[in-house]
Design a protein around this ligand. Structure first.
Ligand SMILES: NC(=O)c1ccc[n+]([C@@H]2O[C@H](COP(=O)([O-])OP(=O)(O)OC[C@H]3O[C@@H](n4cnc5c(N)ncnc54)[C@H](OP(=O)(O)O)[C@@H]3O)[C@@H](O)[C@H]2O)c1
Length: 224
């Protein structure tokens, strides 16, 4: 099983993903900005290194963790640093740059509904609330596509921290929107890593029962 390095495993979707991959016996590595999650991840058998995505040296140290073995990489990071920089953009661009330089082929970047070709379908409310972060994520997506065309981009809808429903779907319809539970996003990432048909593709991720779309919803058929 190819080891997976997660940026963002300290909480949320990234932590759910670490748990699910360890349950499957996959070797998991993580770069953590804050030490709070370190002990919990160690119990799961995740090897961690401390680091900040604004530092390419830190990212290089994280990429070196598994040694010479092949590696898949996932980034779920986001948010604004104390100095105003957005991890959504600068952090993810650094991760994309160093991951590509390291020769990694499988990379999954988690961004957000509303990015890229979904932008024209955002509501005024969504633009006011998350517009800047979503635009920053779009720039990271664009950079990643240039650096690592085979990467998979997953754009979740509104996130909820509730148990998995098993009803998460991927869709390439730019007009879809809705909600999804963090554990279900993690499950979609886990499966996308194994499904080569997701390479080079960009998808929204929503819960089939919490999704809205003006078009009939046609989920991407993701391997189990
Ligand atoms: N909230 C929503 O409804 C929503 C909707 C769509 C998409 N999203 C996006 O989906 C992704 C996952 O969301 P989530 O709420 O599950 O995640 P989260 O709990 O906010 O976790 C993000 C992780 O990124 C880490 N991080 C942030 N900046 C970093 C940096 N400079 N260097 C290293 N690590 C850094 C954080 O570390 P620390 O533990 O040190 O803070 C944290 O562990 C995020 O990109 C989010 O923006 C969210």
């Amino acid at each position: 099983m190819t080891p997976v390095l997660i940026f963002g495993a300290g909480s949320g979707v990234g932590l759910c993903l670490a748990r699910q991959l360890r349950r499957d016996g996959v070797p998991v590595f993580a770069m953590l900005r804050s030490p709070a999650a370190e002990a919990g991840l160690a119990v799961l058998g995740v090897r961690t290194v401390s680091g900040d995505a604004f530092s390419t040296d830190d990212i290089d140290r994280a990429l070196a963790l598994p040694g010479t073995r092949a590696l898949d990489v996932v980034s779920t990071i986001g948010g604004r640093a104390a100095d105003g920089r957005l991890a959504d953009e600068d952090g993810n661009i650094n991760i994309a740059e160093r991951t590509a330089a390291h020769g990694v082929e499988r990379f999954v970047l988690v961004t957000s509904i509303g990015c890229g070709d979904m932008a024209p379908f955002r509501s005024e409310r969504a633009i006011a609330a998350f517009g800047a972060a979503v635009d920053a994520k779009t720039r990271a997506e664009e950079h990643l596509r240039r650096k690592l065309p085979s990467a998979t981009i997953i754009r979740p809808g509104g996130l909820r921290s509730e148990p998995a429903t098993g009803r998460g779907i991927l869709s390439d319809d730019p007009q879809i929107h809705g909600f999804i539970h963090r554990a279900d996003v993690a499950d979609l990432i886990r499966r996308a890593l194994r499904d080569r048909d997701t390479e080079g593709r960009t998808f929204a991720a929503v819960d089939a029962d919490q999704a809205r779309c003006v078009n009939p919803i046609r989920p991407f058929h993701l391997a189990e």
